[in-house]
Write a protein that binds this ligand. Structure first.
Ligand SMILES: C[S@@+](CC[C@H](N)C(=O)[O-])C[C@H]1O[C@@H](n2cnc3c(N)ncnc32)[C@H](O)[C@@H]1O
Length: 198
């Protein structure tokens, strides 16, 4: 799904407050190198930079990249934005923290799993991942949503299984109210915070 039209507007489509889970994970480690996969307008990347992390943020939308630079300037921090498709993104180095909030379900499932594999591989031992994504519910509603918005939902329990062998700090599957844009609505989401075992 292309959010560029919204990102080109002055207002921040997703707001400028970091996700609660990002605030939580930032408290688990003191600085380091962080990567935000599908950073959107940069609310989480800028927050992490403000906390002292050296942050790279990747998004396929050039409007998202521009907007993240505006937010970083406003908050007086530097981030390293990169306009790239995460399906072909070259990670180059290992990170202390990699986050990806509400992005992986936009990739065809095979690609999404490949990216997740890289996210895990490019995390330093002892480092953290935070991944949030939409999951399927047992109803026709999920199928309709997948078709309408071009989503590839994860199955119930799948994200947790993919982190077997890691220390699971937090895992939740829940209905989450989304009032960041349009009419308030719910999504079925899975959120994991996991630490790579040393
Ligand atoms: C729902 S937004 C979430 C933005 C941000 N992570 C947040 O939580 O506010 C999903 C973002 O993923 C980006 N995205 C989708 N597919 C992508 C891809 N293949 N490569 C890079 N970014 C992608 C979109 O441009 C969009 O900014």
């Amino acid at each position: 799904m292309d959010f560029s039209k919204e990102y080109a507007k002055k207002r921040f489509f997703w707001g400028i407050k970091p996700n609660k889970s990002v605030v939580f994970v930032a408290g688990l480690l003191s600085r380091g190198k962080a990567l935000d996969i599908g950073m959107g307008e940069g609310k989480n990347a800028v927050f992490l930079a403000k906390k002292g992390f050296n942050v790279k943020g990747v998004d396929v939308s050039s409007e998202a990249i521009k907007k993240s630079a505006i937010l970083a300037k406003r908050k007086n921090v530097k981030i390293l934005p990169e306009c790239a498709d995460i399906k072909n993104f070259n990670f180059k180095c290992k990170y202390d923290l990699i986050i990806s909030t509400f992005t992986l379900h936009f990739l065809p499932k095979k690609k999404s799993l490949e990216v997740l594999k890289k996210i895990k591989a490019f995390t330093k031992p002892g480092g953290f991942n935070l991944v949030a994504l939409f999951i399927r519910e047992n109803s026709k509603c999920s199928e309709a949503m997948e078709k309408r918005f071009g989503l590839y939902l994860y199955e119930v329990g799948e994200l947790k299984r993919l982190y077997s062998g890691w220390k699971i700090v937090k895992y939740a599957e829940k209905k989450e109210l989304d009032n960041s844009h349009g009419k308030a609505h719910y999504h079925n989401v899975a959120i994991i915070i996991a630490q790579k075992v040393k």
